[in-house]
Design a protein around this ligand. Sequence first.
Ligand code: ATP
Ligand code: MG
Length: 652
Amino acid sequence: MSNESLANLLKEERRFAPPADLAANANVTAEAYEQAAADRLGFWAEQARRLSWAKEPTKTLDWSNPPFAKWFEDGQLNVAYNCVDRHVEAGNGDRVAIHFEGEPGDSRSITYAELKDEVSRAANALLELGVRKGDRVAIYMPMIPETAIAMLASARIGAAHSVVFGGFSADALATRIKDADAKVVITADGGYRRGQPSALKPAVDDAVAKAAGTVEHVLVVRRTGQDVAFDAERDVWWDELVGRQSAEHTPEAFDAEHPLFILYTSGTTGKPKGILHTSGGYLTQTAYTHWAVFDLKPETDVYWCTADVGWVTGHSYIVYGPLANGATQVMYEGTPDTPHQGRFWEIVEKYRVSILYTAPTAIRTFMKWGDDIPAQFDLTSLRVLGSVGEPINPEAWVWYRKNIGADRTPVVDTWWQTETGAMMISPLPGVTETKPGSAQRPLPGISATVVDDEANEVPDGGGGYLVLTEPWPSMLRTIWGDDQRFLDTYWSRFEGKYFAGDGAKKDDDGDIWLLGRVDDVMLVSGHNISTTEVESALVSHPAVAEAAVVGAADDTTGQAIVAFVILRGSAAEDEKLVAELRDHVGATLGPIAKPKRVLPVAELPKTRSGKIMRRLLRDVAENRQLGDVTTLTDSTVMTLIQSKLPSSSSED
Ligand code: ATP
Ligand code: MG
């Protein structure tokens, strides 16, 4: 970004008060903000008491060597015990922990008592394979219960896991195995994806060979039953090894700062970073935020997070947060359109899901498919809707609330990152009057603000860089094996503050609006303009389902705004519509934000976690060789988009 702060263009006046019944019984009231502001560390010390500690911490935060934080340093706990055993000991062993729904329609419900047995068996199996406290275990799996069990089993014996999303290539897996020096890889023969069994084991064989040397064993879950190569020395079947273990395993207590996992960021902006999370602080904040932001009532709610366990959302809000809270949740293996485009809503209806957590990319896809699809299902069980992963366009937010939430349920837009480990900025459903498209306010105990180039806090109504000004319990501890990169990436831009890499603005009430990556901010005729705001203006036109905007080098204006749009089902793609869309943005945001070109496309380049990769579109718009495409879902998309470019432009 240049020295001028981000222009504040988007005006969004719609407001939604919390439903009275929810507010009356909410887990968290407005007092939490005051309490945490008065004594931030005292607030987190109190939240840490949600957990069962083998040794209670007496210290909350050691910040004597910033930015290397230690939280609850002298406390000891076992994370898996907290997520499983203690619920059984409290008499809730019969409560369902996971309702698993396979893509082909198979299903299976696992109680907390059963989960305890399975995790204990898997922990004993890892011990038999030679895994010890301090080792690393790589996990490359489909979305099945064994994935969560494998993570908890590693945690239970003090081995850090490194989950690699099952859609990644053998090369990506090899790099991650090598970077973390994994001793064991846990995988499956395959998983179901878009109606087909899709193999995983061959990629593991390939990756283990490439990583050369560190992996001693590969533990293989039978999921699809497809034929896979098997190395009798190295490979073991899960059902054979885990199946014959004892269901008794006594959890050992580890230090609060013992490593829990390494997870690589989704790679939207460049080479993924191996983010290290530790135990006590991470579990405290994931448990607290999951309970507070979703108003979780573990006895009655059915919770469903549609993310893959391979992303941080799956770590914090499928495995650790919900299970630490003793929640009942749905886990779904497949895609939203298999076997039909109503699959998600069918699942909500079947399990009476009450809390749904999904991503803007999915919501925009549902908008594109049409309102009539969710309308065919009974969604009345829903009471809180969440969003995460990208800025949510106001129109998508309103669509979500109206078509999924019957215009009744609060929508909580949660801002956070792999690095933050847990939610940081979000409304609270029983407290906040929500604004479509805004994550609004740092959660109790969290200090975030927006600063300008000189690190000065911007006034209300101003825009700039999102920073976190105080340490938080679930913060990353470093980049695995690379403290220097940790310092350079997050702590060098603004002294003493964590720089998130995202642009943001504060509205006149002081609420925070996320405006996308700072790398994506455009500089047009001397004005910094956020891609998010122009995209949101485009999505507010009835013909547009999804939009991606970039700034391309331009002789007269410095950068010119180029927009790629996916049209809704019925819209006709012609010159007239393109002109109309350009005018619509001009009318919504002002003439400065009017795109120079609008290009209707069939698909947009996205990461495997569904985020738009604007840097590739910028390469296309500037006629450059494409940058790194390894985290892209489908590289043929780029060829299609490139072929569109020369002919469909429209210029003043
Ligand atoms: P990389 O850092 O490798 O480029 P990534 O940033 O996509 O990958 P994640 O940690 O999965 O990896 O994503 C965090 C980012 O996602 C945030 O920095 C932000 O840009 C975006 N994000 C997540 N939630 C929200 C939200 N509610 N509103 C706006 N942006 C969000
Ligand atoms: Mg990032």
